[in-house]
Design a protein around this ligand. Structure first.
Ligand code: FEO
Length: 396
């Protein structure tokens, strides 16, 4: 199904309603996703990106209904990851000589993925491609947003920024445009995408947006490669990205914990009570690591000014979910967030010092040595946890 998004541009992508995980099992996609590909028909015909490999055949068949493939003059590959380049091998069998415009790193990535010597044309920031008497494409390298090869393509005349992954959301919708969808759903998916995928590159996000703004190009639409197109006030998502990239935090403390027989859970709830007693305004959220989606937790940690990580001690170590979450947040590299650890133990009690160490390795600002309690908390133990919560607030 092709959908015209402007006078000269048609969406020719794929909405993937069934997708529930992305990047293997690394990213949950509760609301599916889409792989947005765009066909520009001016004096020249240009295809911008394709779709993920499992949909290659469907994509090429649908494209043939829209256009004679031999009419395609240029292909632009803004990003080589397979969710955007996956249909290229099949497409290039039909039109093997059509030039593919991408960055130098794009050539390396595409060759690395497909081992084909296609007709690559390397482009750099500022390079232009004439596509009609009024319109041209301007390429803008967007290195590490979020791969080394990533690039934006700007179309003059219609003032469309094809931003690929940036500003995207894993969000399946038949509506296609930001003003037509539920705003809560849209922003939940946009912030989750930023928190989980772009946080490691936040300084580059800020610099790239400033660079693009310095070109003073009018932007009427941001056509992403996942989710909806920003056509209603596209500046809103640029402003959000600048906010999110600037060590974003809300007045929120998130407590994540993993528990075997609920002792650590009782500690978490008592600490939360102490926090609420000390600060009526702060939002406190609790998540059991063992039963909560990891990407949803990361999104909540992203929003937090401080976090508490609790875990029982097991086999002189921590539980597996907590270990995995700590590895994940270390990779993401949150900045300027306070943290501490807590947990219950039966005999050896290694969990709290181990989590404390992992929080430090992940560059959290650890405010104290944490709170360990032996066995199930009794009334005195619960009071200790509440007091710990009250004291935690005073250290922020
Ligand atoms: Fe949507 Fe980086 O691929």
């Amino acid at each position: 199904m092709a959908i015209k998004i402007s006078d000269k541009v048609t969406w020719v992508g794929k909405i993937d309603w069934e997708l529930r995980t992305f990047h293997g099992e690394e990213y949950s996609t509760h609301r599916g996703s889409s792989y947005n590909s765009y066909l520009i028909r001016d004096e020249k015909t240009v295809l911008i990106d394709t779709v993920w490999t499992p949909f290659a055949e469907e994509f090429v068949q649908n494209l043939k209904k829209e256009i004679d493939l031999n009419e395609i003059d240029y292909i632009v590959s803004n990003h080589a990851e397979v969710d955007h380049s996956g249909a290229l091998p099949l497409l290039m069998k039909e039109i093997p000589h059509v030039p593919i415009y991408c960055t130098a790193n794009g050539v390396k990535s595409l060759k690395g993925h497909y081992h084909q010597d296609w007709n690559f044309v390397e482009v750099k920031t500022g390079d232009e491609l004439e596509i009609g008497k009024d319109n041209k494409l301007i390429f803008i390298e967007a290195r590490m947003l979020h791969w080394p090869d990533s690039m934006f393509t700007y179309m003059t005349g219609e003032n469309i920024l094809f931003s690929n992954d940036a500003f995207g959301q894993h969000y399946a919708s038949n509506k296609l445009f930001n003003d037509l969808v539920d705003q809560c759903e849209l922003y939940q998916e946009a912030i989750k995408y930023y928190a989980n995928i772009l946080t490691p590159f936040s300084p580059l996000v800020t610099n790239k947006i400033k660079e693009v703004l310095s070109f003073n190009l009018p932007v009427d639409m941001i056509a992403t490669s996942h989710g909806v197109i920003w056509r209603d006030n596209p500046a809103q998502i640029i402003e959000k990205y600048l906010e999110w990239a600037d060590n974003y935090q809300e007045n929120q403390i998130t407590i994540v914990y993993e528990t075997m027989w609920d002792a650590t859970k009782k500690m978490a709830e008592a600490i939360a009570e102490g926090i609420r007693e000390a600060d009526k305004d702060v939002t406190v959220k609790l998540y059991n690591i063992g039963i909560t989606d990891k990407n949803d937790m990361v999104t909540q940690l992203f929003k937090s000014k401080a976090i508490l990580v609790g875990c029982s001690t097991v086999n002189k170590s921590i539980m597996s979910g907590t270990g995995a979450l700590m590895a994940m947040v270390k990779g993401i590299g949150f900045k300027k967030k306070k943290a501490a650890a807590f947990g219950s133990y039966g005999w050896s009690g290694e969990s709290v010092p181990m989590i404390t160490e992992k929080l430090k390795e992940a560059k959290f600002e650890v405010v104290d040595d944490g709170l360990s309690l032996l066995w199930q908390p009794d009334d005195e133990g619960i009071e200790k946890c509440k007091e710990y919560g009250r004291q935690f607030v005073s250290k922020l």
